[in-house]
Design a protein around this ligand. Structure first.
Ligand code: GLN
Length: 194
């Protein structure tokens, strides 16, 4: 089972390390040719969505990845990745994959609350310490989405079909529970896990 991590910008290395700790093989998607490799799941890391979205298009990777997500490839998105998946952005005229039926506001917590840590409970996962970094806000999610977590009444984690979207950064903590959940419940890779 191979997990492909979009590696054009942002916190992709941390994602690779987290999945490797769970015994997963990871590959990096840096250019169009990398899409020829076999992989079973996709990770869209945190970073800067405008830069990632622009590079995806310039590098000729956008349409291929969009089709894969639409066709059910298990996809885990954190922070900027959620912006790439969102159907609607409330404060930006740009949109990207639009495969996730949620409405998202970028940089919604304002300057002072740009980065913060908050413990909370994630459904099906349990207690989890969440790192938020200039996080987007999921303003609304279609009823087809399963809300997995909220912080201060704001949705911070949703699942829609094979897409898992998190406005925080689970790869920046030592707790692998969210990555394990993605592997076990969405990628369905339960063999060879420590
Ligand atoms: N603020 C970033 C954006 O709008 C997201 C931040 C992050 O991924 N930590 O793309």
């Amino acid at each position: 089972m191979k997990i492909a991590v979009l590696a054009v910008q942002g916190a992709f290395l941390e994602q690779e390390k987290a999945f490797q700790k769970l015994g997963m093989e990871t590959i990096e998607l840096r250019k169009k040719e990398d899409l020829e490799a076999d992989f079973d799941a996709l990770v869209l890391p945190g970073g800067e969505s405008t830069v990632q979205g622009k590079l995806l298009k310039e590098l000729g990777m956008f349409q291929d990845l969009k089709s894969r997500i639409e066709n059910g490839m298990p996809t885990m998105a954190t922070c900027a990745g959620v912006i790439l998946l969102a159907g609607t952005l409330t404060n930006d005229s740009r949109t990207y994959f639009q495969t996730l039926p949620v409405s998202v506001t970028r940089n919604a917590y304002g300057r002072q609350l740009g980065s913060f840590y908050q413990e909370g409970v994630l459904k099906e996962i349990g207690n989890f310490g969440m790192e938020f970094i200039r996080a987007p806000l999921i303003e609304a999610a279609s009823p087809e989405c399963t809300i997995l977590g909220t912080v201060n009444d704001h949705v911070v984690a949703v699942r829609y079909r094979s897409q898992l979207a998190l406005t925080f950064h689970p790869e920046l903590t030592d707790d692998l529970a969210v990555h394990r959940y993605f592997c076990q419940n969405i990628v369905n890779e339960i063999d060879s896990m420590p």
